[in-house]
Design a binder for this molecule. Structure first.
Ligand code: PA5
Length: 444
C-alpha cells in the first residue's frame, strides 16, 4: 500500500486531457532528474538518496542519537530553512501533541537559529539554564548568520553549565565536508560531525543527517522513514503516469496554474501536520518562485482555519486551488459519549469516533470548496507513521523537481534569498560591506 493522490475533484476546472498533456514531459523530466541532465544538475543528489543510505550510515546516526540521549533531557537543533524544517516537520508529525507536559524517555527537541528574536533567545536560555541540554548545530554553508548567533550564545551557556569537556560530548555539527566557518570551528573543538553532501540542497536534505539525527534523538524510527522514502522512490520510477502520484501531482498543479490558479493551499485535518505545511512551503516556494513565475504555496490547518481562512477559500478571489493531506486512520480511538440530557443536542453523534466527524468535515469542506470554485487535490496516507511520512516527503520532493522543470526554472537554487542578507550586512557594517553600507544609508 502506498500514499495515494486523487485529482478527481480538480477535473471540473481542468480537463483530463489538459493534465495528460504533461505526461510525456513529466516522464522526461523524471529521467533528467535521475540522470542529472536538467537545470541545477549539481544539486540532484537527493533523487537517489533513499536507496543510497546504507545500514551503516543509519546505525551511526542511531548510535550518536543514543549517546546524546544518555546525557541530555533537551536537544536544541540550531538551523534555519532547509537546515531545520524537515526535522521539525517529522518530529511534530510523530510526537504526542502533549509531550512537553509529560516527558518520556526521549529528549525534548527545541529549535533555535530559525529567527533573530532577542526575546526568543533570552527565554530559551532561561529554560536551558535549568536542564541538561545538548546542541545539534546545522548549516550547510556554515556561514548563515541566524544559526551562527544562536550557536555562539548556546555554546557559551552549555560550556558554562557543564564545562568545556562535557559540552564537547553534547555538541554535534552537521555541515559541509570541508568549507565554512562551522566546519573549521567543529574541527578545532573536536565535535562529532556529519556531512551534508555538496549535491543536496538544504530544502531537499531531510533524509540526510540534517533531518535524520534530530528525528532519531526524538525517538522516531529513522530506518522506517527511509524505507518509506525508498518505497516511493521505487514506485515512482515504475508506475504508469495515471498511477504515479509525483508525476500526476506535478502535471495537475501545472495544468491548474496555466488556468490562472496561482495559489496552492496545502490543507491538513490533523494539527500534527502543521509543520509538514511549513516544510512544503519552503520546498515549493524556494524551488519554483523565480523568474517572475511560480505557484504561491500557502497552508491551513483545518478545521481550525475554516473559522478564519475558510471564508476566503470559499468566496474570495478565484485564483486558488487546494491540496488536502488526509490520514485514513487515526492512531487512537475516542468515541463520543451518549448524554442523558442531550442539552448540547449531540446525541446523534453518540457512539461515533471523533475521526468520523473529522472525515465528514473534510468531505463536506471538499465539496463546498469545489462548489465555490476551488479545485481540490487529495493525498491520502493510510496511517500517520514513519513509513508513510517517508513516502510523503519523497513524493513531494520528486514532484517538486518535476514541477519546477515543467515551469522551466532551476528548482535547486535560491538566488533571491541573498537580497536581504546583503542589505542586512550593509546596515550592520559587516567588514567588506563598506561601499554597500554607504549606499544603503543614503536611502534611509
Ligand atoms: O534550502 C536552502 O538551501 C536554504 O533554505 C538553506 O537551507 C538555509 O538558507 C540555511 O542555509 P545553511 O544550511 O547554509 O545555513
Amino acid at each position: 500500500e502506498h500514499i495515494k493522490l486523487d485529482i478527481e475533484k480538480s477535473l471540473g476546472f481542468v480537463t483530463k486531457k489538459e493534465v495528460f498533456k504533461f505526461e510525456e514531459e513529466s516522464k522526461k523530466h523524471l529521467i533528467s532528474l535521475q540522470k542529472g541532465t536538467g537545470k541545477g544538475n549539481d544539486y540532484v543528489g537527493w533523487v537517489e538518496l533513499p536507496s543510497q543510505i546504507s545500514e551503516k550510515d543509519l546505525n551511526d546516526l542511531e548510535a550518536t542519537a543514543n549517546s546524546l540521549k544518555e546525557r541530555i533531557e533537551v536537544l536544541v537543533v540550531i538551523g534555519i530553512g532547509g537546515s531545520y524544517l524537515g526535522a521539525k516537520a517529522v518530529n511534530d508529525a510523530l510526537a504526542n501533541n502533549f509531550d512537553h507536559l509529560s516527558p518520556n524517555e526521549n529528549p525534548i527537541v527545541l529549535y533555535a537559529g530559525q529567527n533573530i528574536s532577542e526575546d526568543y533567545l533570552f527565554e530559551l536560555m532561561q529554560v536551558l539554564k535549568e536542564v541538561e541540554f545538548g546542541i545539534c548545530v546545522i548549516s550547510k554553508s556554515g556561514t548563515t548568520t541566524e544559526p551562527a548567533i544562536a550557536f555562539r550564545l548556546l555554546k557559551e551557556l552549555l560550556e558554562k553549565n557543564v564545562g568545556k569537556e562535557e559540552a564537547r560530548e553534547r555538541i554535534v555539527a552537521i555541515t559541509d565536508e570541508s568549507k565554512g566557518a562551522l566546519r573549521s570551528l567543529a574541527e578545532q573543538e573536536n565535535y562529532k560531525t556529519f556531512v551534508i553532501s555538496d549535491n543536496v540542497g538544504g530544502r531537499y536534505s531531510v533524509l540526510t543527517p540534517v533531518g535524520l539525527l534530530p528525528i532519531a534523538v526524538a525517538g522516531h524510527n529513522i530506518k522506517e522513514l527511509v524505507k518509506g522514502a525508498q518505497s516511493m522512490q521505487n514506485y515512482s520510477v515504475a508506475a504508469a503516469f495515471d498511477e504515479n502520484p509525483a508525476l500526476l501531482y506535478a502535471a495537475t498543479r501545472n495544468a491548474l496554474y496555466a488556468k490562472g490558479k496561482g495559489i496552492e493551499i496545502l490543507a491538513n485535518y490533523n494539527p500534527k501536520l502543521h509543520n509538514i505545511g511549513e516544510w512544503w512551503k519552503q520546498l515549493y516556494g524556494e524551488s519554483e518562485g523565480k523568474e517572475n513565475k511560480g505557484i504561491f504555496p500557502a497552508s491551513v490547518d483545518l478545521t481550525s482555519d475554516l473559522h478564519s481562512m475558510g471564508q476566503y477559500i470559499q468566496e474570495g478571489q478565484r485564483n486558488i486551488f487546494e491540496t488536502v493531506i488526509s490520514i485514513a486512520q487515526s492512531n487512537h480511538s475516542v468515541l463520543i459519549p451518549e448524554d442523558k440530557n442531550n442539552l448540547d443536542k449531540l446525541n446523534y453523534l453518540a457512539g461515533k469516533h471523533v475521526d468520523q466527524v473529522n472525515k465528514m468535515a473534510e468531505l463536506g469542506t471538499q465539496l463546498a470548496h469545489v462548489d465555490g470554485g476551488v479545485p481540490n487535490l487529495r493525498i491520502e496516507l493510510p496511517r500517520l507513521n514513519e513509513f508513510y511520512l517517508g513516502e510523503l516527503l519523497y513524493f513531494f520532493e520528486l514532484a517538486c523537481g518535476v514541477s519546477g522543470y515543467i515551469l522551466d526554472v532551476n528548482p535547486f537554487d535560491q538566488p533571491g534569498v541573498e537580497a536581504y542578507k546583503s542589505n542586512m550586512f550593509a546596515l550592520l557594517e559587516k567588514p567588506g560591506f563598506e561601499e554597500a553600507s554607504k549606499k544603503i544609508k543614503e536611502r534611509l
